[in-house]
Design a protein around this ligand. Structure first.
Ligand SMILES: Cc1cc2nc3c(=O)[nH]c(=O)nc-3n(C[C@H](O)[C@H](O)[C@H](O)COP(=O)(O)OP(=O)(O)OC[C@H]3O[C@@H](n4cnc5c(N)ncnc54)[C@H](O)[C@@H]3O)c2cc1C
Length: 568
C-alpha cells in the first residue's frame, strides 16, 4: 500500500495540556533564538523554520479532554504569565474549600481542610475549554495541529530509534475490508516524537513493551474518575466553591473519594474517583458514583437540577516510583504518559504543562546540536530532576501504595508522610505496590456465593433524575464512532470470557467499563458470549488496565470518533 510520508521536525502526539504547552514553548524558543541570531545578539546559526506538529485523535482539540479540575496555576504562569489578561478560560478562582467525611447518612465537615486539598490561589477550570484555548495559542504561533489524526503505530529505524508515528487508516469496514472512502494513514516522520497521550496511552504502551521502559520501576496504578455536569435551579452552590469527600460509598478497602466544584452559570461539576486496584470483583465505579449522588447531602444539593454532561477517564496515580524511563533515541514522554501526576492532590495539569515546557527546552537544545540521540535527550531527564515536578512528587512518593492496606492506614501514612517529607517504612513503603488488576479477587475469595452479579448493588435504582444507567449517561458524553469499522477494543481470547472469567470474576468488564461497552449476551445456542458495543467507548482505557487476564488491548479507532467533552 502506498502511504504518504510527512516530514516534521518535532511531533507531539495528543493535544493535551502537556503536548500543547510543549509545542507552544518550543515554537517560542525557536523564534526567540532565530530573532536573536538575526539581530546578532546571540552567537550561532539560525534554526530556520522548524516544523512542529500536534496530532489528536479527537474531532477537535479538547474533544477528548476530561479532568476535574482545580488547577494549580504555577506552570501556566510560567508558560503565559498574563494568562488571565490573555483570556484563558477559567471558571472561577477557588473561594471556599470544604472537606467532608461521608457516612451512609451523614456528612461530617472536617474543621480543617487537609493541606494537600487546600486550593487557595488555584482556579476551577474546564480543561476541555483550556486546552482548546491553548490549541489556538499554538496555531497563532505557527504550530500545525491535526485533529482526527490518531497515532496508531510507532515507527522505528533499524536500530530501534523512534522516527515518527503512523496514523490510523480511515474507511475500513467492520470486516476489515476497504470501503470506497478508504484513506491509508500517513507516516509522520520527526526528529523527535513526544508522547503526550495522557494515562495508559496506546502508543506509549507499544513503546514501553518494545523498549522495556518500565523495567526496574514500580507498576503504574490508576484510578477512574466518573463525572457529570449539573445545572442547578439557583445559586445554592456558588462558582469557586470546592468540596472533596471521603468515605461513603467506598468501602474501607477501596481507594475512592468525591468532588463537587462550583462553575459559572449555576453549573456544578460533580464526580467520583475509584482506585483501579480494588478487590471486589463486583465493584462498578459508575455505580459507586451513582451511590455517591444518592447520599442525602449530595442528593439535596442536586435536587431540582438537571444533568447535562457525562464522562469518565483514568488517572495515572502511581506517582514517583512508577515513573517510567521517559526519554530515549528520538522520543520523550510528557504529562500523564510519563506518570507525572500528584495523586495526593489529584493534580496533574500543572505538572503536565511544566513537563511539556521542559521537553521543549531539551528538544530546542537537541535541535541546536542536531543530535536526537538518547544521550542528548537525557537532558530532559536532568531538567525534570532539577525541577519542582520532582520535588513535589518525591514528597508524596509513598502516598498511593499505603492505601493497599485500607483507607485508615492509607490516611495515617499520608499524614505521616507530611511530617517525614515522604519517607515511609515497611508496609507503607513502595514495595507493596502491584499492578491494580492483580488486586481484584475472585468471586469466591471475596466471599460471594452463587453467580448473582447484582449482590453488591442490588438496591441501586436508576431513576433517570438523580441516578442514571450507563447508556443514558453515555448519551450525555455525546459519543460517536462510525459503526462500520473494526472494534478498537481487541479481546485477544474471547473463550476466556464465557468460561474462566464468567466463573472466576463474573465478567467484571461489564462493571468496570463506565460506558456499557462490554455485555455478556446469549449466543443463541444456550451459551453466553461477549458482545462489544465499541461505539459507546469514551476512551477512558479502564478495560485495558483492569482486565484481570490482561487480554483487552485498547487501540485507537478511526480519527474523530469518541466523546465530545464540551465544558468538561
Ligand atoms: C476525573 C479526573 C479529575 C482530575 N482532576 C484534576 C484536577 O482537579 N486538577 C488537576 O490538576 N488535574 C486533574 N486531573 C489530572 C489532569 O487532568 C491530567 O493530569 C492532565 O490532563 C494530563 O495532561 P496530558 O496532556 O498528559 O494528557 P491528557 O489531558 O490526557 O491529554 C491527552 C490527549 O492525547 C490524546 N491522545 C491520546 N492518545 C492519542 C493517540 N494515540 N493519538 C492521538 N491523540 C491521542 C487524547 O485524546 C487527549 O486529547 C484529573 C484527571 C481526571 C481524569
Amino acid at each position: 500500500m502506498e502511504r504518504e510520508s510527512i516530514e516534521m521536525d518535532v511531533l507531539f502526539v495528543g493535544a493535551g495540556p502537556a503536548s500543547l504547552s510543549g509545542a507552544l514553548h518550543l515554537s517560542r524558543l525557536v523564534a526567540e533564538h532565530n530573532e536573536a541570531v538575526g539581530k546578532g545578539t546571540r552567537k550561532g546559526k539560525s534554526l530556520g523554520e522548524i516544523q512542529i506538529a500536534v496530532i489528536e485523535k479527537g474531532a477537535s482539540v479538547g474533544s477528548h479532554i476530561l479532568s476535574g479540575a482545580v488547577m494549580d496555576p504555577k506552570a501556566l504562569k510560567e508558560l503565559i504569565p498574563d494568562f488571565l489578561e490573555q483570556g484563558a478560560p477559567v471558571e472561577s478562582p477557588v473561594k471556599e474549600d470544604y472537606f467532608l467525611y461521608l457516612t451512609k447518612t451523614r456528612a461530617i465537615k472536617s474543621p480543617v481542610t487537609p493541606p494537600p486539598l487546600k486550593n487557595h490561589g488555584y482556579y476551577i477550570v474546564s480543561l476541555n475549554k483550556l486546552t482548546a484555548w491553548l490549541g489556538e495559542k499554538c496555531e497563532e504561533a505557527g504550530v500545525n495541529i491535526f485533529p482526527e489524526f490518531p497515532g496508531a503505530e510507532m515507527l522505528y529505524d533499524g536500530q530501534d530509534r523512534v522516527v515518527g508515528v503512523r496514523t490510523g487508516d480511515k474507511g475500513i469496514d467492520k470486516e476489515g475490508r476497504r470501503r470506497a472512502n478508504f484513506e491509508p494513514g500517513v507516516d509522520i516522520l520527526a526528529k523527535v516524537t513526544v508522547l503526550g497521550e495522557g494515562p495508559r496511552g496506546s502508543l506509549t504502551k507499544q513503546l514501553t513493551n518494545r523498549l522495556g521502559l518500565t523495567e526496574g520501576r514500580e507498576p503504574q496504578v490508576y484510578s477512574l474518575g466518573v463525572k457529570e455536569l449539573w445545572e442547578l435551579p439557583d445559586d445554592r452552590y456558588p462558582a469557586g466553591r470546592v468540596t472533596h469527600t471521603l468515605g461513603y460509598p467506598s468501602d474501607a478497602n477501596t481507594y475512592g473519594g468525591g468532588w463537587i466544584y462550583g462553575m459559572q452559570n449555576r453549573i456544578v461539576n460533580i464526580g467520583y474517583v475509584t482506585g483501579l486496584d480494588y478487590q471486589d470483583p463486583l465493584l462498578d465505579p459508575h455505580a459507586e458514583f451513582q451511590r455517591f449522588k444518592e447520599h442525602p447531602h449530595v442528593a439535596k444539593l442536586l435536587e431540582g437540577g438537571r444533568m447535562i454532561r457525562y464522562g469518565a477517564k483514568t488517572i495515572a496515580a502511581g506517582g514517583f516510583y512508577a515513573i517510567p524511563q521517559f526519554h530515549g533515541d528520538g522520543f520523550l514522554l510528557v504529562g500523564d504518559s510519563a506518570g507525572f501526576l500528584n495523586a495526593q492532590r489529584l493534580k496533574g495539569i500543572h505538572t503536565a504543562i511544566k513537563s511539556g515546557m521542559l521537553a521543549a527546552q531539551a528538544i530546542f537544545e537537541a535541535l541546536l546540536k542536531e543530535d536526537y540521540s538518547k544521550q542528548q535527550l537525557k537532558r530532559y531527564r536532568q531538567l525534570i530532576r532539577e525541577s519542582w515536578i520532582t520535588q513535589e512528587l518525591r514528597r508524596v512518593r509513598n502516598f498511593h501504595a499505603a492505601f493497599r492496606h485500607g483507607r485508615w492506614l492509607g490516611l495515617a501514612n499520608a499524614g505521616l508522610q507530611f511530617i517525614t517529607g515522604g519517607r515511609s517504612w515497611g508496609l507503607f513503603d513502595r514495595a507493596s505496590s502491584e499492578p491494580g488488576h492483580e488486586a481484584m479477587k475472585q468471586l469466591k475469595d471475596y466471599g460471594y456465593r452463587g453467580d448473582d452479579i447484582l449482590q453488591r448493588y442490588g438496591k441501586l435504582k436508576f431513576d433517570g433524575k438523580l441516578t442514571f444507567n450507563k447508556v443514558t449517561d453515555v448519551y450525555h458524553a455525546a459519543v460517536s464512532h462510525d459503526e462500520d469499522q473494526p472494534a478498537h477494543l481487541h479481546v485477544l481470547d474471547t473463550n476466556i470470557c464465557s468460561t474462566r472469567c464468567a466463573e472466576e470474576y463474573g465478567n467484571p468488564c461489564q462493571r468496570f467499563c463506565p460506558a456499557a461497552v462490554y455485555e455478556m449476551v446469549e449466543d443463541g445456542g444456550g451459551q453466553r458470549k461477549l458482545q462489544i458495543n465499541f461505539s459507546n467507548c469514551v476512551h477512558c482505557k479502564t478495560c485495558d488496565i483492569m482486565d484481570p487476564y490482561q487480554i483487552i488491548n485498547w487501540v485507537t479507532p478511526e480519527g474523530g470518533g469518541g466523546p465530545e467533552y464540551k465544558g468538561m
